[in-house]
Design a protein around this ligand. Structure first.
Ligand code: ELE
Length: 209
């Protein structure tokens, strides 16, 4: 089993988090792990992101830490250097595909169409992020892809929350879903780790319909 395959099967939900202040990283990660969500994706959208990844990798051993918004080969290298185990991209590019082969971090590339999914599978990446899930066609599109390409498995992300997650989790080619709903900006700003742990707990108990 590859690292990415393991990561996608550890929990039903991968929280996608935006961290503005690296000091939030450790208490946040502890809350998510305590709530049953050990896999955490920190988006590389903020200046604090890599320091946050480093802090979680160093101080929260039960977390499986990865990066998101990985758009360039340099992002993969920076992720590995900070201690990330995996890296997630909203899509894929020839440069990223080449850099991801044999890289220390496991790579989860993004796909939103049949052609994108087929191209990535041809290149050896059968685990993919289906993004932007709701905007691209949701579970109807995923079910349509399952017929002709049953070996491809997705982490569906984009517009998913506690209400529609069960429908995704019941879709045969969905391994897990990702989303930002467990870590709302207001709770992050307030440092309300208890509330975030409660959201994580509810998410960790989600199952397919
Ligand atoms: O940053 C990335 O790498 C992305 O691909 C986008 C994120 O996964 C989504 O922004 C999360 O989606 P929401 O749960 O709808 O907020």
């Amino acid at each position: 089993m590859t690292l990415i395959e393991k990561v996608l099967h550890l929990a039903p939900v991968i929280p996608v988090v935006v961290i503005d202040d690296a000091r939030q990283a450790v208490p946040l990660a502890r809350a998510l792990v305590a709530g049953g969500l050990p896999v955490i994706e920190v988006t590389l959208r903020t200046a604090a992101a890599l320091d946050a990844v480093r802090a979680i990798a160093d101080e929260v051993p039960d977390a499986v830490i990865g990066t998101g918004t990985v758009r360039r080969p340099a992002d993969l290298d920076a992720s590995a250097k900070a201690g990330a185990r995996f890296a997630v991209s909203p899509g894929a590019s020839p440069d990223l595909v080449a850099a991801a082969r044999g890289h220390d971090v496991g790579w989860l590339p993004g796909a939103a169409t049949a052609s994108e999914a087929m191209t990535l599978a041809e290149q050896g990446f059968v685990f993919q992020k289906f993004f932007p899930a709701e905007a691209a066609g949701g579970t109807a599109l995923l079910r349509s892809l399952h017929g002709p390409m049953p070996e491809i498995r997705f982490c569906a992300t984009g517009g998913i929350g506690v209400k529609n997650a069960p429908d995704y989790l019941a879709t045969p080619n969905v391994a897990c879903v990702g989303g930002s709903w467990c870590t709302p900006a207001a709770l992050m700003r307030a440092g309300d780790w208890q509330a975030i742990e409660a959201l994580a707990l509810a998410a960790s108990q989600l199952r397919g319909d």
